[in-house]
Design a protein around this ligand. Structure first.
Ligand code: SF4
Length: 63
C-alpha cells in the first residue's frame, strides 16, 4: 500500500489523525501531514477507513 495526501485541500477535520496517528499528523494549523507513505500491513484496514471518512476525500491509496 502506498498513501498520498493533498494538504492544499485539507479542512483540518482530524478524523485521519484520530484513527491512524501512526500514519497521519496535523501541523500547527491543523493541516494533515503524512508520517508513513508505505504503512505496514497491520495498518492497512484503518488507513482505508481514513480515506473513506475524510470529508474532502483527499487521502489517496494505491494498493
Ligand atoms: S480527515 Fe481529511 S480533512 Fe481531516 S485532517 Fe485528515 S486529511 Fe485533512
Amino acid at each position: 500500500m502506498r498513501v498520498s495526501v493533498d494538504p492544499d485541500r485539507c479542512v483540518s477535520a482530524g478524523q485521519c489523525v484520530m484513527l491512524a496517528p501512526d500514519v497521519f499528523d496535523q501541523d500547527d494549523d491543523g493541516i494533515v501531514t503524512l508520517l508513513q507513505a508505505e504503512p505496514p500491513a497491520e495498518l492497512h484496514t484503518v488507513v482505508r477507513q481514513t480515506a473513506s471518512l475524510c470529508p474532502v476525500r483527499l487521502i489517496q491509496i494505491t494498493e
